[in-house]
Design a binder for this molecule. Structure first.
Ligand code: C5P
Length: 238
């Protein structure tokens, strides 16, 4: 598969076209951004860790019956993926209260959410990804009711699989964001799953092992990502 031109440069990943219109190359960069791109820093090794981490998680999800865009690892920082027609709606599941939920509802960080909450956000940087509901998504044509139902089913299936995986490795999956797209009419999990887009806490100490370390200036960001990868058994080059 030959890499061709740059299709889209996001905050942490670049998407390249290939000689086959059905496939794209995702390049994971070291750029780390927070607050809608207001703060951006280069963190050495982050692109490589996230690429390997994403590949590991997507393989687990595929094995559990969740269709994903991932085809194969191409290099330390690149993966070959299916070219999805992305749905501009982000799905967020929360098992414990944190982040914008705490700010919005004034609840205590760390409160257990039973059953887990499921929220939708519009993917739109200029509007700061506002929270939306199903009727907005349908009325504005961002997704159909059937697509939203499938996105919710798959997002909760991911929760089942990954909560167990992280639990066995001594971590709590606090919350995460997923994005989906269409490939030959099927809803497929796209984008990435990495500590950039989820919250992970140590089960015993509740130490933060995700991008909140960057957002909150706690330091040791990539070290934490590498610790998560090590606990899960994700192979990382030295
Ligand atoms: O900020 P908030 O608490 O709503 O984020 C919930 C989860 O979704 C967090 O794990 C966060 O990293 C992720 N998220 C994301 N990209 C966004 C919004 C949220 O990865 N644009």
């Amino acid at each position: 598969m030959q890499k061709q031109s740059e299709l889209y440069r996001g905050k942490a990943k670049t998407v390249h076209t290939t000689d086959d219109p059905n496939f794209l190359i995702l390049e994971f960069r070291d750029d780390t951004s927070a607050f809608d791109g207001e703060r951006i820093e280069q963190l050495a090794r982050k692109g490589m860790v996230n690429n390997r981490f994403n590949h590991f998680i997507m393989e687990k999800l595929t094995a559990a019956g969740v269709p994903t865009q991932l085809e194969r690892l191409l290099s330390d920082t690149e993966s070959l993926v299916k070219n999805l027609d992305m749905i501009p709606v982000e799905c967020v599941v929360r098992n414990l209260a944190a982040g914008s939920l705490v700010r919005r509802l004034g609840v205590e960080e760390g409160m257990a959410l039973t059953p887990p909450t499921f929220e939708l956000f519009l993917k739109n940087d200029e509007l700061h990804d506002p929270m939306i509901n199903e009727s907005h998504a349908i009325a504005f044509g961002w997704a159909t009711a059937e697509q939203l139902a499938e996105m919710k089913r798959l997002t909760l299936k991911v929760n089942e699989v990954l909560q167990a995986l992280f639990d066995e490795a001594g971590m709590l999956l606090v919350d995460y964001k997923l994005e989906f797209g269409l490939f030959n009419g099927e809803i497929v999990l796209g984008d990435e799953f990495s500590p950039d887009g989820c919250r992970l806490w140590d089960k015993e100490t509740r130490e933060k092992l995700d991008k909140d370390r960057f957002r909150q200036g706690l330091g040791g960001v990539v070290e934490a990502y590498e610790e998560v990868a090590k606990r899960l058994g994700v192979p990382l080059p030295a």
